[in-house]
Write a protein that binds this ligand. Structure first.
Ligand code: SAM
Length: 335
């Protein structure tokens, strides 16, 4: 483990303002950002997000500046502690000196619970490391597809000595955040929704994608082929999906107004609460919650579909039910 590289860029001063909690109605506004009527202002926003955005960021303090009670969550800590090995949580917090993005710049995740947001990324980072160990992956390069403002990759930057930490997203504001606040080991890339990535063939040892294929309604197979192209022969991909386990797990949330997944579908399908009580369709099912831009759907994949379609691109090593809250984790290797 090495000391994280410091970002030498002087951060612009900002006025600290804790944004009001976000309610689920705001999610559409957060992800679409600039609309003119129902159309994006710029053509680029048909295939990506926030291409013209220049608004300054209003960040929150670094993890080391947060009160200790921001990190108290018995359930999450019970998962994290066995994964720490010889490290302590306090040491890991002290290594991360970068600001935390405000909720609007972190996909609305956990407003008002900044320490929990940081812990959620740490948990995913530690789970990836555990999977990498199990599959004997010695990572020199990692890539988080749909990385947002670095919920997971900030931990690779702070806690590991991996020299190349790639992250890409279709939301340019997220990529701009990473350029401003992450160290130079992090290589942020702004991609659009037509599959193409600028990394070399066979060059990335760990690919992750958290809650991204749960939103990709079109061009999925082309993305799979692209990920397979860049994944090294000995590497793994760690990707989350909504599968049958998710379907069953969210049944009890039909009346939960804070459940973004269920609420976004119920807004466009008034029968969804009933549909959910039956079996999940044994295929890929797409619910579009808006019609503009590329980030507009909730997607479910049955295990059979994953084997039939994804199984042509990758060996599906493991399907781990509900390993990322209500999402199932797939561990994939190149065929
Ligand atoms: C639900 S958020 C998850 C963010 C991040 N992976 C995390 O777990 O914190 C989904 C992210 O995927 C991005 N996204 C959606 N479709 C994408 C695509 N085709 N290519 C790249 N990023 C995409 C969104 O902009 C957003 O940042």
């Amino acid at each position: 483990m090495s000391t994280p590289q410091k970002n030498t860029r002087k951060l612009p001063s900002f006025k600290f303002r804790r944004p009001a909690p976000i309610d689920t109605d705001d999610i559409h506004r957060i992800i679409t950002h600039r609309l003119h009527g129902s159309r994006p202002v710029a053509w680029e926003d048909d295939v990506s997000r926030n291409t013209l955005d220049t608004e300054p960021f209003e960040n929150l303090p670094a993890p080391s500046k947060l009160a200790a009670d921001q990190f108290s969550n018995q359930k999450r800590l019970a998962t994290i502690e066995p994964l720490l090995e010889d490290r302590t949580l306090q040491e890991m917090i002290a290594k991360d000196s970068w600001p935390i993005p405000c909720p609007e710049d972190r996909e609305g995740y956990m407003p008002g619970h900044d320490g929990q947001y940081w812990l959620s990324g740490l948990e995913d980072y530690l789970k990836i490391c555990k999977a990498a160990k199990r599959y004997n992956v010695n990572a020199r390069s990692v890539f988080d597809f749909g990385c947002a403002s670095g919920r997971v990759i900030r931990h690779f930057a702070a806690q590991s000595d991996i020299p190349e930490i790639w992250g890409s997203d279709i939301n340019r504001r997220h990529i701009r955040w990473l350029y401003e606040f992450m160290p130079h080991t992090v290589k942020p890339v702004f991609n659009h929704c037509i599959p193409s990535l600028p990394m070399r063939d066979n060059s990335v040892d760990i690919i992750s994608a958290f809650s991204v294929f749960t939103h990709i309604d079109t061009f999925e197979t082309c993305w799979l082929a692209e990920l397979r192209r860049i994944l090294s022969d000995d590497g793994i991909a760690y990707i989350t999906v909504h599968n049958e386990d998710t379907w069953k797990a969210i049944r009890k949330s039909v009346n939960d107004k804070t459940n973004r997944l269920v609420q976004s579908i119920m807004k466009v399908d008034e029968n969804f609460a009933d549909t959910l009580m039956g079996d999940m369709p044994d295929t890929k099912t797409v619910y579009r919650f808006c019609q503009s831009g590329p980030y507009r759907a909730q997607v479910f994949h049955s295990n059979n579909f994953l084997r039939q379609v994804w199984g042509r691109f990758f060996t599906i090593e493991q399907i781990i039910p509900l390993h990322h809250t209500r999402q199932t984790v797939l561990i994939l290797r190149n065929k």
